[in-house]
Design a protein around this ligand. Structure first.
Ligand code: GLU
Length: 471
């Protein structure tokens, strides 16, 4: 077999979504597994809907996922001459013909067929007219009318298509641009693609493409159609299911390795293994393990995987990654090497599921003023706590060291003295320091905040508690 070559050919008419990203990943993995080449090609002949903005965002998303292409990007709009040459060849060999049927007439025939319960199909009006090119004329493929084409699908096995089901589909539009069917074949042929891995919504295009390859005297690539992705409710995945564009996941604080791991398991499995490093994916990826039935999108699983990868990430790296998210929340984070900042990251690392969540959990460290959650303040910052807080402040002012161990001893001593459980002191202090009732370990956060900030926040809480209605 010649060297494996796969491609990812998005139309730049929207951002890269989960389905497209999975297709890209499968093609990339297949190429890497076989030591082959992965190329990127933009199918931008639909000029009305194609946008540079989407070219940029698709490239950005692939780069973020680290699915780097070895060749391209190619743009179909830069290859119009090549399509014209191939079209000419088919015309000369009598395998394609010009058609002058007005679109309105075709539309009427189409409607009539549908009304009569027949499958709409071009009726061959111009097939034998021997027309040359001319304004308004399209070029059609003279599709064989008898026989069958069998797609030897690498995932589903053989799928036969009766030629009677196919019609003389259009290759070139009147403006000289190729249709998808034609451009894709000319590209796959001239670019030497050996394997086409794509969504099974393209399966019905494949017999047409194989016939075109044959008409051009070439051997078609091998095809693998991947079952679609469904939403949790079993219908085709869409925005409705909360599925976002790939870059939106990045902006929500997902890690590329979590995303890749999630995507690879959408339709592919290796025993019951769930976690795959990139090297393992490359080593193990194989089309025979792609499922024949649709995969289901499960946002909770993606979140759980992301939490897993966040915990795996070195703290120094997380400190870098979380900074833009803190900035988005309006705080200027300390330098990423700052030991206190690293410690702050450590305190939330086991709890956060996304970088965004991590930034939110860390926010209290960096805001100048703590805003109390109303319920938390009402419950814990009461007049009852005033004497304890006052005593605690005094003790903390005089505590020789502000280490976690010393802090804990001090709290325990105070609780014992007042015959309270530790939590009866810890919770009000937690609210005073973080504004909330849930946070990382109290002594850890006091250590990170440092004596000055802790005292400032406790004094503020003391004033607040003094004003609290008598509970
Ligand atoms: N541009 C097509 C799409 O976005 C590519 C289909 C193919 O892989 O041939 O669906």
């Amino acid at each position: 077999m010649s060297k494996v070559k796969t491609r990812f050919p998005p139309s730049p008419t929207g951002h890269l979504h989960l389905g497209g990203a999975r297709t890209a990943l499968f093609n990339w993995l297949f190429a890497r597994h076989h030591g082959g080449v992965f190329l990127l090609r933009f199918e931008d002949t639909d000029r009305e809907r194609s946008r540079q903005e989407y070219v940029d965002s698709i490239k950005e998303a692939l780069e973020w996922l680290e699915l780097f292409w070895d060749e391209g990007p190619y743009f179909q709009t830069e290859r119009l001459e090549i399509y014209a040459q191939f079209a000419q060849k088919l015309v000369e060999e009598g395998k394609a013909y010009y058609c002058e049927c007005p679109p309105e007439v075709l539309e009427q025939k189409r409607k009539k067929a549908l009304a009569e319960g027949r499958k709409p199909k071009y009726d061959g009006t111009c097939r034998e007219k021997g027309l040359g090119p001319g304004p308004g004329r399209v070029l059609r493929f003279k599709c064989p009318q008898i026989g069958t084409t069998v797609v030897e699908d690498l995932i589903r096995g053989p799928v036969a298509f009766d030629h009677q089901e196919l019609d003389d589909f259009v290759l070139m539009r009147p403006d000289g641009t190729p249709t998808y069917q034609f451009a894709v074949v000319v590209d796959d042929l001239t670019m030497g693609i050996t394997h086409v891995i794509r969504g099974d919504d393209h399966l019905s295009n494949t017999p047409k493409q194989i016939l075109l390859f044959e008409a051009l005297g070439a051997t078609p690539p091998k095809y693998a159609h991947v079952p679609m992705i469904l939403g949790p409710d079993g219908t085709r995945l869409s925005k409705r299911h909360g599925a976002l564009s790939i870059l939106a996941y990045r902006d929500e604080g997902y890690l590329p390795q979590a995303m890749r791991n999630y995507l690879v398991r959408l339709g592919w499995s290796y025993g019951d293994q769930e976690i795959f490093s990139l090297e393992e994916m490359i080593e193990k990826f194989d089309l025979s393990r792609v499922s024949k039935s649709p995969a289901r999108f499960d946002p909770d699983k993606l979140l759980a995987l992301n939490a897993h990868y966040l915990r795996q990430e070195p703290t120094e790296r997380l400190a870098q990654l979380v900074r833009p998210f803190l900035k988005n929340l309006g705080v200027e984070p300390p330098a990423p090497q700052d030991p206190k900042f690293l410690k702050a990251v450590e305190t939330v690392k086991p709890r956060a599921r996304t970088l965004k969540e991590m930034a939110q959990m860390m926010l209290f460290y960096f805001v100048p003023e703590i805003a109390y959650e109303e319920k938390a303040a009402r419950k814990f910052l009461t007049r009852k706590i005033v004497p304890i807080l006052a005593e605690l402040i005094k003790e903390l002012e005089n505590l020789p060291s502000f280490e976690e161990g010393d802090l804990e001893r001090l709290f325990r001593g105070l609780a014992e003295k007042h015959q309270l459980k530790l939590k009866h002191i810890a919770q009000p202090v937690r609210v005073a320091l973080t504004g909330r009732t849930v946070s990382p370990g109290l002594f850890e956060i006091m250590d990170v905040l440092g004596r000055e900030t802790v005292l400032k926040r406790l004094r503020k809480a003391l004033e607040y508690a003094k004003e609290a209605p008598d509970g």
